[in-house]
Design a protein around this ligand. Structure first.
Ligand code: MTE
Ligand code: HPA
Ligand code: MOS
Length: 774
């Protein structure tokens, strides 16, 4: 081959390329199969859940006769009909599948109706007559704290000597903040389809981020071993954390009904039921106290946070831990004390949601810095920069992990310049001077996010790669596809390793009978972990093929090259498929497993110190808003975001993730308001009352760029995770709104602003500033 040809081969790569999502065309054509689209077997029945109408009560009696008599009903099942354990809790076993004598929130499932159709099951589920004996209910995290009602013991992380540092601090700011929860609002709701098989076997199709956990929960509920149960998920129409643990209820209920009736049973939640039954992002209440110097440097910080865990533990412990480990966000806090508690309330059991407590931890310090800047009359960007972690000093987190690749100073400088931050700040001051009603605001906020499950043993993954005799390749891995593009990335990794075009590789449904003991696809680690596992499998196959090629054609196995669908061996070239066919005839194993466990992680839960994260991802965004100070309405005018995806595996997918997370996080902080009535019923349980962002809420001018920065850790092709961290970027929207509000008082008054900053909340804040201004 000539030099040009060799260069082409050297430059060949399948990773790092913008490739469309492997299901993009199926998605837009409506041909992608979701769980509810799977062709139903003859005899399939449909289930619905009967829900508690009370927040906290003893159930004295239930009359299920009207349910049984309803049209099409085949069976009605209560806790007593569960063959095995009545539990679907992921960590602490305090989560009954069906309430047994005690209901703990409005919406808690009490019984399962199985009928001949979805509608008949739903209609019947409403006909039960339940006799309740009401008990006192706790509905808010503050009330939980006042009653010392917790699902887990409170946690504390301290470094330095906060008390002494406060004594030395020239200024102290003290206050409270409330940040609301958020419904995951996956477009495809919770759904499971359970098919009983021979000899106690059970196959469950389930929309879940965690097939292995579904397998365990179903096996326990049915009194079976894991090997009896297979759980399969080709894709989800979104999970966002809401299907990390909480798909278990649906998988278990469908399986119980399938065992009891001996027929396939599908359980698909209606949207209102889905929202009433399942947990959401935890709301947090904070009390903070921060000491700082004349320039705005933080000298001492104390925060006490309490979350609304709901009635059971679910993932509230790890969520609170992540909140504690992200209170620092991008800033060095020398003397700090962080407390967190998970308030036990008579509401849905809150769970994972994109960011998993990280956003809730970090927003508190951003709120405080915003206050400090206003008190000192400085631009908040300058105060943020002053407090940033250092590169070689002031670079250890409160939990003791050294930050070795802090790129925030460069990243912020780049974004500040590209977004024209200073000139726009001046223009906005000018604009506001002449505009009494419409006020503009601007904010730049940074993010740092730790990547790894904060439960060390979860950081492992497996994969299975098959090369067929025709040279086509099938990859299966433990991760689940929820729209984030994990399959595309893993396929790219495998194609890259074997030197073939992406079209030759196909990914199959996640299935517990293929890769065992998988972790949830969560903590943004899906591509990191499963990409490495698939790479390991592909490398084993490539090594066998290289050995075979060298033996066949001469030269060293280590010099055999695979690129662009071609194998280069001893000066010869041959198509990949041809080598594969020859290797098969020579009885070479053409498939392999692969495994990966993230190295270097450790965590001491008692002291809350260690190295919980493999690395940190960084980013920042600038948002500009205009607020109508008479109505509280506002509009996002422009966003500039810069995100460090390391050496991106797929820039177009990563940019899509940043955009999606930004808009989703903006919804959390602005329009999405969960509201429970005084009796504890969630009243915002449908899109009619719960406002997620629409296309019209997206800024016309949205500029997302990736910051080029190879990961210092040996991650998959030096990429960085992208799934969750960008959810922190729309902090800039929240603080731009606060900036616009504060312009009403010449930026001298700190408007108290809770999240979500709904129009109502914005108006209240404007009125506060007007009253304080006099
Ligand atoms: N993107 C889409 N389209 N749909 C989703 O449900 N979930 C997010 C994020 N991006 C989600 C998504 C969450 S909560 C996580 S943890 C990651 O994707 C999980 O995928 P990954 O680890 O493969 O990035
Ligand atoms: N993210 C998501 N799920 C988890 C985590 C996490 O950090 N830790 C344990 N489960
Ligand atoms: Mo994501 S909240 O870790 O599923």
């Amino acid at each position: 081959m000539n030099d040009a040809g060799l260069n082409r081969v050297d430059a060949w790569a399948e990773v790092g390329r913008a490739r469309k999502h492997e299901s993009a065309e199926l998605h837009v054509r409506g041909q992608a199969t979701y769980t509810d689209d799977i062709a139903e077997l003859a005899g399939t029945l449909h289930a619905a859940l009967g829900l508690s109408a009370r927040a906290h009560a003893r159930v004295k009696g239930i009359d299920l006769a009207p349910v049984r008599a309803s049209r099409g009903v085949v069976a009605v099942l209560t806790a007593r009909d569960i063959p095995g354990l009545n539990d679907c809790g992921p960590i602490v076993h305090d989560d009954p599948i069906l309430a047994d004598g005690l209901v703990q929130y409005v919406g808690q499932p009490i019984f399962i109706v199985v009928a001949d159709s979805h509608d008949n099951a739903r209609r019947a589920a409403r006909l039960a007559v339940v006799d309740y004996d009401d008990l006192p209910a706790i509905l808010t995290p503050q009330a939980a704290r006042a009653a010392a009602s917790y699902v887990l013991p409170p946690m504390r992380l301290a470094r330095g000597d906060a008390a002494q540092a406060f004594a030395r601090a020239p200024h102290v700011v003290k206050g409270e903040l409330h940040v609301g929860g958020q419904e995951q609002f996956y477009l495809e709701g919770q759904v499971a389809y359970a098919i009983p098989g021979e000899d106690r076997g059970m196959h469950v199709y389930c929309s879940t981020q965690h097939p292995s956990e579904m397998q365990h929960v179903v096996a326990h509920a049915l009194g079976l071993h894991s090997h009896h149960v297979t759980v399969e998920c080709r894709r989800m129409g979104g999970g966002f954390g809401g299907k990390e643990s909480q798909s278990a209820l649906w998988a278990a209920a469908a399986s119980i009904a399938a065992v009891r009736t001996g027929r396939p049973v599908k359980l698909r939640a209606d949207r209102d039921d889905d929202m009433l039954v399942t947990g959401k992002r935890h709301c947090f209440h904070y009390e903070y106290e921060v000491g700082y110097d004349d320039e705005g440097r933080i000298l001492a910080a104390k925060v006490d946070m309490v979350s609304r865990a709901g009635y059971s533990a679910d993932l509230s412990g790890p969520v609170a831990t992540r909140a504690v480990c992200h209170f620092d966000n991008a800033y060095y806090l020398s003397d700090v004390e962080i407390r967190a508690a998970c308030g036990k309330t008579n509401t849905q059991s809150n769970t994972a949601f994109r960011g998993f407590g990280g956003p809730q931890g970090a927003i508190a310090i951003e709120y405080v810095i915003d206050e400090i800047a206003r008190k000192l009359g400085r631009d908040a960007l300058d105060v943020r920069r002053l407090n940033l972690y250092g590169k070689t000093e002031r670079n250890v987190t409160p939990f003791g992990q050294e930050i070795v690749d802090n790129v925030l100073p460069e990243l912020l400088a780049e974004l500040e310049a590209d977004s024209d931050y200073r000139a726009r700040r001046a223009a906005i001051l000018e604009y506001n001077r002449a505009s009494p009603v419409l006020r503009k605001g601007l904010a730049l906020t940074p993010l740092k996010f730790g990547i790894a499950f904060n439960v060390t043993h979860l950081n492992q993954a497996g994969a299975l790669v098959h090369v067929y005799v025709d040279g086509s390749i099938l990859v299966n891995h433990g991760g689940t596809e929820m729209g984030q593009g994990i399959n595309t990335k893993v396929m790219q990794v495998v194609a890259h390793e074997l030197g073939v075009e992406l079209a030759r590789v196909r990914a199959t449904a996640t299935n517990t009978s293929k890769v065992a003991n998988t972790s949830a696809t969560a903590a943004s680690t899906g591509a990191d972990l499963n990409g490495k596992a698939a790479q390991d499998a592909a490398r084993k196959i490539r090594a066998r093929l290289a050995d075979f090629a060298a033996a066949q054609y001469g030269g060293l196995a280590s010099e055999v090259r695979f690129a662009a669908g071609t194998v280069f061996v001893a000066g010869l070239t041959l198509p990949f498929g041809e080598l594969v066919a020859k290797a098969y005839l020579a009885r070479v194993q053409l498939w392999s497993d692969g495994f990966y466990a993230t190295p270097g992680l450790h965590w001491d839960a008692k002291t809350m110190t260690g190295r919980p994260f493999s690395y940190f991802a960084y980013g920042a965004a600038v948002s500009e808003v205009v607020v109508d100070t008479l109505t509280g309405e506002w509009k996002l005018l422009r966003v500039d975001a810069l995100y460090d995806a390391g050496r991106s595996l797929n820039p177009s997918i990563d940019i899509g993730q940043v955009e999606g997370a930004f808009i989703q996080g903006m919804g959390w902080l602005t329009t999405e308001e969960l509201w429970w009535n005084p009796a504890g019923k969630l009243m915002t349980h449908a899109p009619s009352t719960y406002k997620i962002p629409a296309v019209s809420d997206c800024p016309e001018d949205l500029r997302v760029r990736l910051f080029d920065n190879a990961n210092v850790e040996d991650s998959i092709h030096r990429s960085k995770a992208v799934g969750e961290p960008p959810l922190l970027l729309p902090f800039s929207v929240f603080f731009a709104i606060r900036d616009a509000i504060s312009s009403v008082g010449d930026h001298k008054i700190n408007p108290p602003l809770s999240a979500p900053a709904t129009s109502e909340e914005i108006l209240k804040a404007v009125e506060f500033v007007e009253a304080a201004r006099g």
